[in-house]
Design a protein around this ligand. Structure first.
Ligand SMILES: O=C(O)C(=O)C[C@H](O)[C@H](O)CO
Ligand SMILES: [Fe+2]
Length: 396
């Protein structure tokens, strides 16, 4: 696997020099200053690429070309937005950036309730606390009919917790949920989140799937002609929020996507942290089943807590058997066509002196450095055991 690293551009506290020192050779980035629907000019793409190459690195993956909500709402009807998306893809391909990550989550991108959850003596992690989420949905946002979307025990726990929350705690919870985490196209106020939810009110899971299939039926042929590998990122978390549908959460969702437009260009970002937040997702099996479609991997682990809550765990800790996933991804690389899958350490803990510094939530240096090193060691051991096994077979 090719070691890559997400970089948020010249304003990222983590510099290209730091990234090279971490051992990564590829960069994952985007032109974050363009709004969803705007075309990225080739000159701006090549200017960023030149900065990356001057540092002795290569721009391997674009994460992400923003996906306008109009496309999620209208599918092929969003002709102007799809045309702009394709034009940006063309310009990236012209610069040689041919693996493109994107996601199809309505309104909100990835979502957490706590950005500094203390893990006993191991630093701070991102966390999704289901009861806190219900407190926000029912009591702070006061979404119409929100109660109908939550189990009675969660509603009772949320009612209890709401009664004891201070104003600062309420403000922090709201900011964590709607301010927009790194890599999100935008943040929300309470009012425009409610308006956005209303605009999606009549869209079902099946409608969203149909709109994604319609988008892919137009874009995939263009991607094939350009030699581009599309890599859709799963939902994070992989279940509906605020009554909004999500359609990239389960093995069934992934099968639908790949069957909708069968093509090597219609691929997947295998994000173990996103998919791993659901106990009914068997990640080693999914990595084996969809291996030929996996063009990019986000490797991180989460510890599931039972009621839908989860927090970011160490790469080899958490609820997902990361070694089994790595073995499946290795096997995918040795399939047809043999290739090196770019992978990046996704979300890292906040450790030591970085807790006192400005960092992008989830995108610390030390936490991702630690994760990358653990993943590198695990992959080396797998290769060694593979080599050992092959050698043993040859000797027999
Ligand atoms: O949520 C994740 O696992 C991410 O990798 C966050 C990403 O920035 C985003 O959601 C997809 O590109
Ligand atoms: Fe991810």
């Amino acid at each position: 696997m090719k070691e890559t690293w997400r970089w948020f551009g010249p304003t990222d506290p983590v510099t290209l020099t730091h990234i090279k020192q971490a051992g990564a050779s590829g960069i994952v980035t985007a032109l974050h200053d363009y709004a969803p629907g705007e075309v990225w000019p080739l000159r701006d793409i090549t200017a960023l690429q030149a900065r990356i190459e001057e540092a002795g690195l290569s721009w391997d993956v674009c994460e992400s070309i923003w996906m306008p909500d109009a496309i999620k709402l209208k599918g092929a009807g969003a002709t102007a937005e799809i045309a702009a998306w394709i034009e940006t893809m063309r310009n990236l391909a012209r610069a040689g950036v041919k693996t493109i990550c994107y996601n199809f989550m309505p309104l909100l991108d990835w979502t957490r309730t706590d950005l500094r959850f203390e893990i006993e003596g191991q630093g701070q992690a991102l966390r999704f606390d289901m009861v806190d989420f219900v407190v926000f949905d029912v009591h702070i946002l006061a979404r119409p009919n929100a109660q109908a979307d939550h189990a009675p025990d969660l509603l009772a726990a949320a009612q209890m917790r709401w009664g004891h929350m201070t104003k600062p705690e309420i403000a922090a919870l709201e900011a964590n949920i709607i301010a927009g985490l790194p890599g999100s196209a935008k943040g929300f106020t309470r009012a425009d989140l409610l308006a956005g939810i209303e605009s999606f009110a009549s869209l079902s899971h099946r409608d969203l799937q149909a709109n994604l299939a319609a988008f892919l039926s137009v874009v995939v042929p263009e991607a094939e002609a350009l030699g581009v590998r599309l890599a859709i990122h799963p939902d994070d978390p992989p279940f509906p929020l605020f009554g909004l549908p999500r359609c990239v959460s389960t093995a069934q969702d992934l099968a639908f996507i790949h069957d909708a437009v069968p093509s090597a260009a219609n691929g997947l970002t295998f994000c173990t942290g996103s998919l791993g937040a659901r106990a009914d997702n068997d990640l080693p099996d999914m990595a084996r089943r969809f291996g030929a479609h996996i063009h990019f991997a986000h490797l991180r682990n989460v510890q599931r807590e039972g009621d839908g809550s989860f927090h970011e765990a160490a790469a080899l800790g958490g609820s997902t058997d990361m070694i089994a996933v790595l073995a499946a991804l290795r096997a995918a690389e040795q399939g047809q066509p043999a290739r090196a899958i770019p992978m990046r350490p996704d979300h890292g803990h906040l450790l030591a002196f970085e807790q006192q510094q400005k960092t992008n939530p989830g995108y610390s240096y030390l936490g991702r450095l630690k994760g990358l090193a653990e993943l590198r060691g695990a992959l080396a051991a797998l290769d060694h055991s593979d080599t050992g096994a092959k050698h043993a077979r040859q000797v027999q």
